[in-house]
Design a protein around this ligand. Structure first.
Ligand SMILES: Cc1cc2nc3c(=O)[nH]c(=O)nc-3n(C[C@H](O)[C@H](O)[C@H](O)COP(=O)(O)OP(=O)(O)OC[C@H]3O[C@@H](n4cnc5c(N)ncnc54)[C@H](O)[C@@H]3O)c2cc1C
Length: 410
């Protein structure tokens, strides 16, 4: 691997760092106010677009920056380093829907949707998972039948993030129930205001309702909204993966590095907890960090985020050299998601009984901010349960590692 940066790449880093320092929003939108988050994310995306930083991995021909893999790595590092707001409501459009249209969409679909996605004018959601089809996505049963120029869709999706504020959905439907399960699926753009759609938000353990159940009762979608060919939706969905090589997850990793440092800073401010959760000592010197065991665990976390970064550099470097998506992606994803859970679990131990403080809306209070200018550790802890489920559960990642990397027998 070669992880040295060229003079041009270093120049790009300096330019990105300076721009982010001058333009990154100084505050975050309210976590559980989705309309406010939508407006905030759209405005921030427009700022990025106007400066030429939208669609960092998108080809220039479609309005993106067309950055090399190394430049993408640098951009996401600088983005996270600056503390810039991560527009999660726009994630599907920018990292999934848009790239799929670039790879497989018709010229008409590209011309209509891509500029809107890049400028942050629309929100896309992903309608893949169903109550009976998650890890085994190809087992999906939401039906669509052709009727004249329309597909008529009936069924249910679940865990659809941001469905309640989205304009469009990338929707997988079964169009040929007789065909083998990977063959009879179609990928279609569903307008979320189509008659017959009912959206029910699901409240999560963290207090918000970021995802929903979506019901379809004879929803008519124009046939021209099919991306790729009828019954070839599995290939369309896979084409996205060959475009998006996971660099968008880099920012999450760098953010985790920052959080570990914030955790160490917080440990310095906390008194040691004695048995039963009462302070064992309150002198400034007797911080949680003075406890050998806690210091050892914090040091281990710091070493592990460094190991994660090295694995990522190695993987990006190899992909840049070979042009092939790295097989290590599952390994990195698994290590990251479990490490993240360990970081927040230690934060919970350090904060002790304070984590029980909840605000008037039933959300975890920002307890840590009383000690240190840090994020809500409780929110992070609760949300991180999802990280070993979403985007392929930890068991599925282990299956891929065993099968494709280690070559173990099935
Ligand atoms: C925060 C969050 C956001 C999400 N957003 C979206 C979204 O916007 N759109 C969308 O379509 N989906 C979304 N999902 C759904 C997500 O893709 C699924 O939860 C995931 O694919 C797992 O499917 P499942 O929940 O049906 O679990 P299942 O597949 O039923 O798995 C249940 C358990 O069995 C294990 N398991 C299953 N198969 C195997 C196997 N072959 N070998 C070993 N163990 C196995 C799993 O690891 C898991 O522990 C989201 C999920 C989360 C947590």
């Amino acid at each position: 691997m070669d992880i040295r940066f060229s003079p041009e790449e270093e120049r790009f880093r300096a330019e990105a760092r300076a721009w982010l320092a001058a333009h990154a929003p100084a505050h975050e939108p309210p976590e559980h106010d989705l309309p406010a988050r939508r407006a905030f994310d759209m405005a921030w995306q427009r700022t990025l677009f106007d400066a030429g930083y939208a669609g960092i991995s998108w080809p220039q021909a479609y309005g993106g920056r067309g950055a090399s893999l190394m430049e993408q790595l640098i951009w996401y590092e600088e983005f996270a380093r600056s503390g810039a707001h991560d527009s999660t409501t726009l994630f599907v459009g920018l990292n999934h829907g848009g790239p799929t249209l670039i790879a497989r969409g018709s010229e008409e679909q590209k011309a209509f949707h891509l500029p809107k996605i890049l400028r942050g004018e629309v929100i896309w959601c992903q309608g893949f998972s169903e109550p009976g089809a998650g890890s085994d996505l190809a087992g999906l049963s939401t039906r669509a039948v052709l009727d004249g120029d329309d597909l008529v869709v009936t069924g249910q999706k679940i865990w659809t993030s941001f469905a309640q504020i989205a304009e469009y959905q990338e929707l997988l439907v079964r169009t040929d129930p007789e065909a083998p399960k990977h063959k009879g699926i179609t990928w279609v753009i569903c307008p979320m205001d189509a008659p017959g759609i009912t959206i029910r938000p699901i409240r999560t353990i963290a207090g918000g309702s970021d995802f929903c159940e979506v019901f379809y009762d004879e929803v008519r979608i124009p046939r021209r909204n099919i991306v790729g060919a009828l019954n070839d939706g599995w290939n369309t969905a896979m084409a996205t993966l060959s475009f998006e090589r996971g660099t968008a997850f880099l920012a999450e990793q760098v953010r985790l590095t920052r959080l570990v440092e914030q955790l160490i800073a917080m440990a310095r401010t906390l008194p040691q907890w004695g048995a039963g959760g009462t302070p064992a000592a309150t002198t400034p010197a007797a911080t949680a960090l003075a406890d050998d065991e806690i210091a050892r665990r914090l040091a281990l976390l710091r070493a592990e985020v460094e190991a994660l970064r090295s694995m990522t550099y190695r993987s990006v470097s190899r992909t840049a050299r070979t042009g092939m998506p790295s097989e290590e992606a599952s390994l990195i994803r698994l290590f990251f998601s479990e490490l993240q859970q360990r970081v927040f679990a230690l934060a919970m131990e350090l904060l002790g009984p304070e984590i029980l403080a909840w605000d008037a809306e039933g959300s975890p209070a920002r307890v840590s901010s009383r000690h240190h200018a840090a994020p809500s550790w409780v929110s992070h802890y609760l949300i991180a349960f999802a990280s070993t489920i979403a985007a392929g559960s930890k068991d599925i990642q282990r299956n891929i590692i065993g099968d494709r990397i280690l070559g173990l027998p099935r």
